[in-house]
Design a protein around this ligand. Structure first.
Ligand code: FAD
Length: 815
């Protein structure tokens, strides 16, 4: 084809040519084509549309420069660096922020952040399994501990009994994370989580007392950073419960901003020539401090005489201090929402400790913040998510049984449409919590510590737990409100804000940690740009910056094409046919998320971290992509169980709706200079018409609720791993028994109702017609007995506690 023919084709059909050109460029971008393909495509277009020769020549010169990295770095990137520095475009990162940013590693969040997640790889991530020894511990000591505990007695006496403490220590519950070589149980993260999950379905004070020594504190710090002598001496003692640990970071003036602690230590040389630290501290809300023998403490270390040769301000340091050291003050008790676990302030007044008490000895001085951030990047994914999941499973179990047993207007309340809605929300959230818990634990058990994922999991698990318990309380009605041994949900309801607040209060976790840190951490280029600028490395910056530009172009093209095709052109991994559309929508979401994140970072620069309403929405989108991935992974791992399909669809639709909500908020509120009208008016309007997804329809909530109200394997699986007492003396045992009997009796009741409709029996209440139904052979003798039994056990199961005046005022026992 000669030049004239090519011009002719382009110019004669100008509109079509323009359309096809734009389309071709979108496809080139979508396919992540390398720069030389763009160069050729650009040349064809310039040429085809008859650009003057000088323009074509200029284009070729520019593209040659861009295609040769050393030329590009010196001629173009150096200018970009100068501009970035002049306008202070790159966020300033403090040392504490940097340590938090660099803790742990990135995992699947990097894929979700990339705009082009590799779901084949994500779906192949390992799913953790318990060892036979771990299973035996769960079925043995954990089950026994649950049976020993009387939650109402602990509530009323406000104490965990001595024999329960003795059992906890004897069975090494306090040493679950301590390796076997140091006398601990050396459990996997999965087993640790399963123990916490089961205990939290029984007693929260016991759960918290077991949870804290296995979370961020002396044992964990020693395992990762202790010297050999510290490990050999302290870890076996901690494992056997001979030492009771606590960890003090929080201060009256330093809560969420823990990096601003003022508790201080001053290094000095003693008369014996050895190094010592004189400590002064003021900590509050320290769990187990009141009964601790070993206080883990975070403080700022100063070395005025430069004895360590690291300068005067050494920085945050962690030390382990025997509680009996002179000057240690254990304060009076706090009362955490009446949940009876030990929590109190502690002060230290001129407490002198040897340098050896610092975690890691002299080389651990100043590394405290790094140690804490690193441990949190795994810990946040274990304890609180396990507690929320255990709580949700218990709620699901209780409300489903109560939904059948409790009748109003002659109908089991779970069968009212109004109750189906919260019931389905509880069932779906329980499924998703378990999916997210196991998916994350798979990574932790491979030694991956992903801080963005675990922060996300901490926030969203505890928030989902909060919604579940609120729905649960609504379904229970008065039975949820009357305290006593028969009330199975009140403790979870009351204690919920504790999990929301600790290990990074939720608002801050969502707005500052998940996206604030995630944007720099999980973004494929952003942090590299910051680091290369800080180190004045032009070639490194050049690679990162132009990689970033390519990333933006690719994601813009992907986002546009995926939006126009509603994701249908995206690939999906090998999966259940009904799941393909969700994988495609996640590809679409990820591409739009990535481009929006770049727009936000590009337009707000360092100010983005202060725009928390914006970062919070990004966090929501990222988290719901993660929750959806976890749900899909669980469904595939468990062999695509057809009976779980309603739960899976419900959750995935909810995730898509939440993702859409996040985008709507971003399009409306992201104030990009010059682009606001476009984002709010056009992109936002189009996005609402062409939404990524909306809430599941009523049909799904009906199916979920109906499945929960059956005595089925699906109900067992949904709530697996919690403690279910067999004894009918216990409320859950009683309720479960009533649930089964009432369900069995429904067959006979239906026969009587049919006989009423057929006018064989008069129009009366079912229990008034039992004898007559029997005499007319409508029901058998066994059925008559079953219906009577059902009435009896139902009445017993719905009773609530009452107390005489002495019991009510705690003057005589009520347990
Ligand atoms: C029962 C209990 C047990 C605890 N156990 C321990 C323990 O064993 N050891 C220990 O060291 N500490 C412990 N803590 C302390 C706990 O970690 C802190 O409560 C937590 O860090 C939050 O600090 P704060 O309560 O002072 O809240 P504040 O820092 O006052 O925050 C109040 C609210 O403001 C929000 N907020 C703060 N800053 C920002 C921001 N930049 N952006 C957005 N939102 C923000 C927070 O999210 C929160 O919602 C415990 C606390 C409780 C209540």
């Amino acid at each position: 084809m000669d030049t004239a023919q090519l011009h002719g084709i382009f110019l004669e059909n100008l509109c079509l040519s323009l359309f096809l050109s734009v389309f071709a460029l979108l496809v080139i971008g979508y396919l992540s084509s390398p720069l030389f393909i763009w160069t050729i495509a650009g040349a064809i277009l310039f040429y085809g549309f008859g650009a003057p020769e000088w323009l074509l020549a200029a284009y070729i010169v520019i593209m040659v420069i861009f295609n040769i990295p050393p030329l590009r770095a010196n001629l173009v990137s150096s200018l970009v660096v100068a501009l970035f520095k002049k306008f202070e475009f790159i966020p300033k990162i403090s040392e504490t922020e940097r340590t938090a940013l660099e803790a742990g590693v990135v995992w699947v969040e990097k894929d979700l952040f990339s705009g082009k997640p590799d779901f084949q790889k994500i779906m192949a991530e390992s799913y953790p399994q318990l060892t036979p020894e771990e299973k035996a511990f769960l079925e043995g000591p954990v089950e026994k501990l649950c049976q020993m505990v009387n939650p109402w007695k602990i509530w009323k006496t406000r104490d965990i009994p001595e024999d329960v403490w003795a059992f906890i220590k004897k069975e090494k519950f306090l040493g679950m994370i301590i390796p076997k070589e140091y006398g601990g149980l050396g459990f996997s993260a999965l087993c640790h989580s399963e123990v916490i999950m089961k205990l939290s379905s029984r007693s929260l004070p016991v759960t918290i007392s077991v949870m804290v020594p296995n979370s961020l504190g002396p044992a964990e710090l020693l395992i990762h950073y202790g010297t050999d002598e510290q490990k050999k001496y302290l870890l076996p003692r901690l494992a056997r419960g001979e030492e009771m640990p606590c960890f003090g970071l929080t201060e009256p003036m330093a809560g969420s901003d823990a990096g601003s602690i003022t508790s201080s230590g001053v290094l000095f040389k003693g008369t014996d020539g050895k190094l010592y630290i004189k400590l002064n501290w003021n900590k509050r809300w320290i769990t187990l401090a009141a009964i601790s023998s070993l206080i883990g403490l975070a403080f700022r270390l100063r070395d005025p005489e430069n004895l360590l040769g690291k300068g005067e301000d050494i920085g945050i340091t962690c030390a382990l201090i025997p509680a009996t050291t002179p000057g240690v003050v254990i304060g009076r008790r706090h009362d955490p929402l009446t949940i009876p676990f030990h929590n109190c302030p502690t002060q230290g007044k001129d407490v002198v400790i040897p340098l050896d008490a610092v975690v890691g000895g002299a080389s651990g001085c100043g590394l405290g913040w790094h140690m804490l951030m690193d441990c949190l990047s795994a810990g946040r994914g274990i304890s609180l998510p396990a507690q929320s999941t255990g709580g949700a499973k218990l709620v699901a179990r209780v409300v489903s049984a109560h939904g059948i047993v409790r009748r109003q207007f002659g109908v089991s309340i779970g069968r009212f449409e109004g109750v189906e809605e919260p019931m389905a929300r509880i069932g779906a959230a329980t499924y998703a919590l378990e999916a997210m818990r196991k998916f994350t634990l798979g990574a932790l058990d491979k030694g991956i510590k992903p801080p963005v994922i675990t922060a996300m999991q901490k926030y969203y698990s505890t928030e989902m737990g909060r919604k579940v318990i609120n729905d649960g309380m609504d379904i229970m009605g008065g039975a949820g409100i009357s305290l006593g041994s028969r009330n199975l949900l009140a403790e979870i309801y009351i204690a919920t804000p504790i999990g929301i607040t600790v290990e990074g209060a939720n608002i801050l976790t969502r707005t500052l940690i998940v996206f604030g840190q995630g944007a720099l951490r999980a973004h494929p280029y952003a942090y590299e740009e910051v680091r290369s600028l800080e180190s004045n490395d032009l070639r490194r910056f050049d690679r990162a910056f132009w990689g970033h530009v390519g990333h933006v172009i690719r994601n813009t093209c992907r986002s546009i094409l995926l939006s126009l095709t509603r994701g249908y052109i995206a690939t999906a991994p090998n999966c259940h046919p009904q799941m393909r559309r969700y994988f495609r929508r996640l590809q679409w979401s990820s591409a739009t998320f990535a481009i929006m994140a770049d727009i936000a970072m590009g337009s707000l620069g360092g100010a983005l971290k202060l725009r928390e309403k914006i970062t919070g929405r990004f966090a929501d989108i990222l988290a719901h992509m993660y929750i959806a991935s976890s749900v899909l992974r669980r469904f595939e791992y468990e062999g695509r169980k057809e009976e779980d399909l309603p739960l899976v669809h419900y959750n995935l639709k909810l995730c898509m709706a939440e993702i859409q909500k996040g985008f709507d908020g971003l399009f409306d509120n992201l104030k990009v200079p010059g682009l606001r009208w476009f984002l709010k008016g056009w992109v936002g309007a189009w996005s609402r018409i062409n939404s990524i997804g909306s809430q599941a329809s009523d049909g799904y909530s009906h199916l979920i609720s109906r499945a929960m109200l059956e005595d089925s394997e699906a109900r067992e699986r949904l709530t697996s791993g919690i403690h279910i007492p067999k004894s009918r003396e216990e409320q859950l045992g009683r309720l479960e028994h009533a649930f089964r009997i009432v369900l069995q009796a429904e067959g006979a009741e239906k026969k009587i109702k049919k006989a009423i409709r057929d006018k064989v029996l008069p129009k009366k209440k079912v229990h008034e017609l039992l004898e007559e139904a029997r005499s007319k052979n409508i029901i058998t003798e066994e059925e008559l007995k079953l219906v009577r039994d059902a009435d009896g056990v139902r009445y017993d199961a719905i009773l609530v506690d009452d107390f005489d005046e002495d019991q009510f005022h705690g003057r005589s026992p009520s347990y």
